[in-house]
Design a protein around this ligand. Sequence first.
Ligand code: NAD
Length: 450
Amino acid sequence: MSTSRRQFLRTTSLAAAAAVPYFSGQSHSLAAETAAKNDRVAIGLIGAGGMGNGNLRSAAKWIDVMAIADVDRGRADSSNQSLAGGKAQVYEDYRAILDRKDIDVLHVATPDHWHTKPLIEAMLAGKDVYCEKPLTLTIDEGKLIRKVQKETGRVIQVGTQQRSQFQLFVKAIAMVADGRLGKIKKITAAIGGAPSSGPLPAVKVPEGLDWDRWLGPAPAVDYRASKNKSNCHGTFRWWYEYSGGKLTDWGAHHVDIAVWALEQAGQAGEHGGPLRIGGTATHPVAFKDGMPVERDCFNTATGFLLNVAYPGDVELVIRHDTDNGVTIEGDKGKIFVNRGRLTGAPVEALEDNPLPEDAIAKVYKNLPMVGDGRGAHWATFLHCVKTRQEPISDVHSHMRALNVCHLAGISARLGRELSWDAKAEQITGDSQANAMLARAYRKGYEIQMG
Ligand SMILES: NC(=O)c1ccc[n+]([C@@H]2O[C@H](COP(=O)([O-])OP(=O)(O)OC[C@H]3O[C@@H](n4cnc5c(N)ncnc54)[C@H](O)[C@@H]3O)[C@@H](O)[C@H]2O)c1
């Protein structure tokens, strides 16, 4: 066993694993097992879809899934079978998990429009959370999350697991931090396009799905579906009502790497944000005042070429039409990195002139590096839960990148360039655009702050 793994196991024994008296039904047996294996972490899952299940499988050796909440009963039950052998307690309303005193750590993997509310309520209930990206649908939700995180001191890891791909993205960032590319001039985040759907008919809500609760804070609309396309599971990400489309779905990953690089190079500007954002975007439906005029089909941008201007003539380009990955260009050289490769002359030069031994550890905040990718991302989160350190994908750095993605979305929807005051976190000289920093929550689904 490697030193880091041993160290990790030592540091992840959790108070949360202690058995508590009020487990009901089948959960008794799992509570007892967890108490016996006192180095395991008791987890509550909110949102038992593709990512919720996949994430918890990748952390399976360190955790016990004790409770699962999903608004789709069939999904909760099948997740219970696959993640907990049927021993977890299943709920429709996630707030029942927030009330459980035996669960201190949560995984939130609901659709994007359902991240901010449970995340804030979980922090206020004293829980640490691994929450999927993108954390928010709006810039103002991010302000609130950051405020509550500071006030509560909870440990929040965002699901941007590229930050735990040590030989790819983290190494690329370490090269930037070590000056191997020189002064950064341009970064391109190529994130791919998005599909269109054509009109989807309003159909009967599937058995077991609480559609009103799935919609939650979003406006009440019909359930729509045809074949494998719908305004619900999986394809929610192509509707502005529930997501930012590709600009936040993949932007949350690659723009995060771009902004991380700028910050390590000391070139993200005094207030950590851009000056302007503009360019072109194509949508599958017409837009009026920033909102789609047809409401029965996918509506997020299918293609885009957006330019983000940072202070000091640094350009960040977000586009759909080139090889998925991040290109970082400096006055000493250029590298390309994605989930499969890290290339470029400065990478080849490492053979003769390697990075200092601690270069990768340093940009990884000297947190333990256990494995690689998603498992490593979970390992560092669980380590931080124990030590109360700030994880690698903290809410503050995430929102600095996600603000750029949201501004890109607002610019694309309005079809014009925006000016951004990074200090005040306001769009300047455009009240219509500035109003899009927030969204209204549907009655009955407001965030419970107390
Ligand atoms: N980090 C990554 O690389 C990555 C990859 C894929 C997805 N994701 C993110 O994970 C999240 C989920 O994506 P997915 O593809 O698994 O979606 P999905 O639609 O398959 O699953 C979401 C689940 O959440 C449930 N849900 C909705 N509202 C709920 C509520 N109020 N309480 C409890 N459950 C609720 C749904 O019923 C569904 O089962 C998204 O935010 C997405 O961006 C991240």
